[in-house]
Design a protein around this ligand. Structure first.
Ligand code: FPP
Length: 242
């Protein structure tokens, strides 16, 4: 049974397996992403209901540009479709949207919907839904170092600033610019792959990982609750002893 008093505050998900889901059905890969989007909608709703504070999803990595033009443009078209059909519902559920990654380079129509959803949900205080878009964790860390360097040069930070873990954290995408998203308590990856693929490398230092064979489009709210139960049965010690 799910313990409602111990729902993880911050959950991150690698939504993997859309392509295989489509292949099994002799459908184009984009149909798998469409089904993945529908699964994502349900997980957002369930996260709100359970009282999760932060849900962070890996929607598009810096490496995903290597895919065919058809697939890449299909994913961004889905993003447009998603925002157009869901923005009202997100607002009704008090969900705030935020973006991790450099979305300045994505197709204009998608960028426009991102900006619209950021503005429209900015004052919402419920679930924070963080979309990692054109995101890569190594690039994020390098960017943070460069931003610190720039702030020292420009006098925003003192010349003798000591670089600490806390300072570096603030300059990551999960830092100040997105309201300091807490490190994920739980990271879920679907489809049987067991790796991080350049997602939240710094932030996952003490995260619990749950891997499931379920392909992302088949990841229902019931499966989601089961993975939270697995998390609740883990023993988190953060390097210390009980
Ligand atoms: C991984 O499956 C999935 C992706 C790279 C894209 C995820 C996108 C969505 C769920 C669409 C909706 C997103 C938004 C933000 C509206 P894969 O294609 O790597 O699957 P495979 O490993 O089976 O080929």
């Amino acid at each position: 049974m799910l313990d409602m008093n111990r729902i993880p505050a911050s959950i991150a998900i690698i939504m993997d397996g859309n392509g295989r889901w489509a292949k099994k059905r002799f459908l184009p890969r984009v149909a798998g992403h469409n089904a993945g989007m529908l699964a994502m909608k349900e997980i957002i709703k369930t996260s709100s209901t359970l009282g999760v504070k932060h849900l962070t999803v890996y929607a598009f990595s810096t490496e995903n540009w290597k895919r065919s033009d058809e697939e890449v443009s299909g994913i961004f078209k889905l993003l447009v479709k998603y925002v157009d059909s869901e923005l009202e519902e997100l607002n009704a559920n008090n969900v705030r949207v935020r973006i991790l990654g450099d979305y300045s380079v994505i197709p204009e129509e998608a960028r426009n919907r991102i900006e619209k959803s950021l503005a429209a949900t900015a004052s919402n205080t419920g679930l924070q839904f963080n979309i990692a878009l054109n995101y890569g964790s190594r690039a994020e860390i390098v960017r943070a170092v460069n931003r610190i360097n720039e702030d020292i040069r420009e006098g925003v930070l003192g010349e003798d600033t000591e670089i600490t873990e806390e300072l570096l954290s603030r300059y990551l995408y999960t830092g100040d610019e997105n309201g300091n998203i807490p490190d994920p308590d739980l990271i879920i990856r679907t489809s049987g792959e067991e790796r991080l693929s350049n997602f939240l490398l710094w932030q996952s230092a003490y995260s619990e990982f749950v891997f499931t064979d379920v392909l992302w489009p088949d990841f229902t709210p019931e499966e989601f609750k089961k993975t939270i139960e697995v998390y609740q049965n883990r023993d988190r010690r953060f390097g210390g002893r009980k």
